[in-house]
Design a protein around this ligand. Structure first.
Ligand SMILES: [Fe+2]
Ligand SMILES: [Fe+2]
Length: 275
C-alpha cells in the first residue's frame, strides 16, 4: 500500500435481531450510509446482536449481513453477543456463550496489516474472566505489538469496552463500573498500550461519542447505531449522537470523523447523583 491513505469505518452497537423488521430496517439504513463511502475496511466493535447470547441461531444470519457490506468486515464481540463483564449483572460472559459466537464468527480477535499500519481487535469481554483464552489473548497482543514495532508499523486497536471513561487512573464506582474493566486488568492493558506505536484505541459499548488524547494515543468512542443514546454522568460531555466513525490512517497518523445516521434516538441518563 505504500503511503496510500487507508479508510476504515467503525460500526458499533447495531443491536439487531435479524428476525425483527426494525432490525432489518436499521441494518439496511447502515448499509446505505456506509457502502457509498467506499472504505477499505469496516470494523464491527460488537453488540451487533440483540441478544445473540439468548438466541445464538441469529449469529449465522448476522454474519451473512456483515459479509454483505461492500468492504471486508472485521468483527469483535460485545456483551450483548457473549455476556456482560465479570462481576456485572447476569447474563455474564460464559464459555458456552463465547463458543456459540466463535462457532459462527470463527474468532473473537483480529489482526491485519495495511502498509504502515497494523489493525488489531481484541475481545474485551474476556478481561477479568480468568479464562485460558484471556491469557492467550494478552500474550497474542504483546506479540502483535512487538512484531509491528519491529517493522516500524503504527497500531490501531479496537475493542468493545473502553479502558477508561475520563482518565486512565480514575476509580469508577457505582453503576458506571458496567462500562469499563476493573482496575487491575485495565492497568495491565493500559501499560501494554502506552507506547508511541499505538496511535489509536477505539471502542463501542457506551452508546455515546467521545474523543480524547493521551501522550501518544487517540481514544475514540463510537456511538451506537441502535438509536439509543446513553448519557452516564461520568462520560465526557458532548457525545449525544447516533452514527459511526470514519478513520483515515496515513503515514502522518490518524484522523477521524463522526458520521451521524438519522434516527429518532432515545436518550437515557444514567448514574447521575440527583437521579
Ligand atoms: Fe451496546
Ligand atoms: Fe455493550
Amino acid at each position: 500500500m505504500g503511503d496510500r491513505l487507508l479508510k476504515v469505518i467503525q460500526i458499533s452497537d447495531l443491536h439487531v435481531d435479524p428476525q425483527d423488521p426494525v432490525g432489518q430496517k436499521r441494518y439496511q439504513r447502515v448499509r446505505k450510509a456506509v457502502d457509498p463511502l467506499r472504505p477499505d475496511l469496516i470494523v464491527n466493535t460488537g453488540d451487533v446482536s440483540h441478544d445473540g447470547l439468548a438466541k445464538p441461531a441469529m449469529f449465522a444470519q448476522l454474519s451473512g449481513w456483515l459479509d454483505a457490506f461492500d468492504a471486508p468486515v472485521l468483527s469483535i464481540p460485545g456483551n450483548h453477543d457473549i455476556g456482560n463483564k465479570v462481576g456485572e449483572e447476569p447474563p455474564n460472559i460464559s464459555q458456552a456463550y463465547l463458543d456459540a459466537y466463535l462457532d459462527v464468527f470463527g474468532d473473537d480477535r483480529f489482526s491485519c496489516d495495511h502498509g504502515g499500519w497494523r489493525l488489531v481487535g481484541i475481545n474485551s469481554m474476556l478481561l477479568g474472566t480468568g479464562f485460558e483464552r484471556e491469557a492467550d489473548q494478552f500474550d497474542w497482543c504483546v506479540a502483535q505489538i512487538e512484531q509491528a514495532e519491529a517493522i516500524g508499523q503504527n497500531l490501531a486497536v479496537w475493542m468493545h469496552m473502553p479502558l477508561f471513561l475520563r482518565s486512565p487512573d480514575e476509580q469508577v464506582t457505582g453503576g458506571s463500573t458496567y462500562w469499563v474493566p476493573d482496575p487491575p486488568v485495565r492497568d495491565r492493558w493500559l501499560n501494554l498500550l502506552d507506547r508511541p506505536s499505538v496511535r489509536l484505541v477505539a471502542n463501542g459499548h457506551v452508546h455515546w461519542y467521545a474523543a480524547m488524547e493521551t501522550r501518544h494515543t487517540q481514544w475514540v468512542w463510537s456511538p451506537s447505531l441502535q438509536g439509543l443514546v446513553v448519557d452516564d454522568y461520568l462520560f465526557p460531555r458532548g457525545g449525544n449522537a447516533v452514527g459511526f466513525i470514519s478513520y483515515t490512517l496515513s503515514a502522518d497518523g490518524v484522523t477521524h470523523e463522526l458520521v451521524p445516521v438519522e434516527s429518532d434516538a432515545e436518550l437515557i441518563r444514567l448514574n447521575y447523583p440527583d437521579a
